[in-house]
Design a protein around this ligand. Sequence first.
Ligand SMILES: Cc1cc2nc3c(=O)[nH]c(=O)nc-3n(C[C@H](O)[C@H](O)[C@H](O)COP(=O)(O)O)c2cc1C
Length: 343
Amino acid sequence: MIDRRFSVAPMMECTDRFYRTFARLLSRRALLYTEMITTGAALYGDRARILGFDAFERPVALQLGGSDPAAMAESARLAESLGYDEVNVNCGCPSDRVQAGRFGACLMGEPETVAACVAAMRRAVSIPVTVKTRIGIDDRDSYEHLADFVRRVADAGCTVFAIHARKAWLQGLSPKENREIPPLSYETVHRLKADFPALTIVLNGGMKTLGEALAQLGPGKLDGARPLDGVMIGRAAYETPYLLAEVDRVFYGETAAPPARSEAVHAYLPFAARMLAAGVPLGPIAKPLIPLFHGQPGGRLWRRHLAERVHRKGAGVDVLDTGLAIVAEAQAADARLRERAAA
Ligand SMILES: Cc1cc2nc3c(=O)[nH]c(=O)nc-3n(C[C@H](O)[C@H](O)[C@H](O)COP(=O)(O)O)c2cc1C
């Protein structure tokens, strides 16, 4: 049984195995999602590169992009055999490329296709089959449309919905704009929970801090409604990754102190070295660490040091080591300044 109180949203070119490994060093409990992987890539691509992951990352959900029930079922089977804990259907991405493949957010207009995919996937695997969706698309943005979509997909066997609480415009807005311009409506997601209390409903969209997220999990926001089952954070978990360090305490009541930022980098080094030895360049390995010291003394120096060096030919883990030394020096200087100011 996966505990979904806190999850990190699937994000293309962000939630790869490097990010997930680093995230797992900060939170042992958060549920992590992969980037969206199309069924074509899952079934016919370079398997080790596209689907490879480390057991250390678990629990991990594989997000699939596709709309052919047989291919979705086959991909789900593969995911289960590789050790993924969940398989998730992307019904929220509005990019042109995804629409051309007839999946992502445009599937909100085809509940019967999603239901057929879910049913086929459920027959193929015993891990949870879940759906990530918006609250509407284009002019199909009434609550009734959303509830009808959820009902039909739930009837096919999906019990977990992660809902990005804004609609998507399929034409005229870029994916980035579609994550910013349509207004958020958390109320719609709370209403869904009130109407479908037996389903697991996870809220996504716009939450920047753990406090904001936790507030959404409090008592049901509508009369008599049960609280939401979980929250899913995307951008903030990538842009300010150290927020993950408080997740186990805030959402799961754990008491162990999280690692300090530099401890987490140290703990990441053996994995980084292993990946380098396997031929992966330092760039993607180090990328999730770049914003780590955001807002901290030495944070800018760290960012610049890494940005300038990780893409150099032959760059190795010593770049991270020297970066840590620079941060330590900046922190010591900052502490001295504070002491002097306090004296
Ligand atoms: C760079 C980027 C890539 C994304 N890729 C995916 C994706 O592959 N699949 C998906 O369902 N959503 C994707 N999303 C949307 C996020 O999962 C999430 O729904 C959205 O960012 C809103 O949550 P947030 O406000 O916490 O970031 C992506 C978002 C970003 C910023």
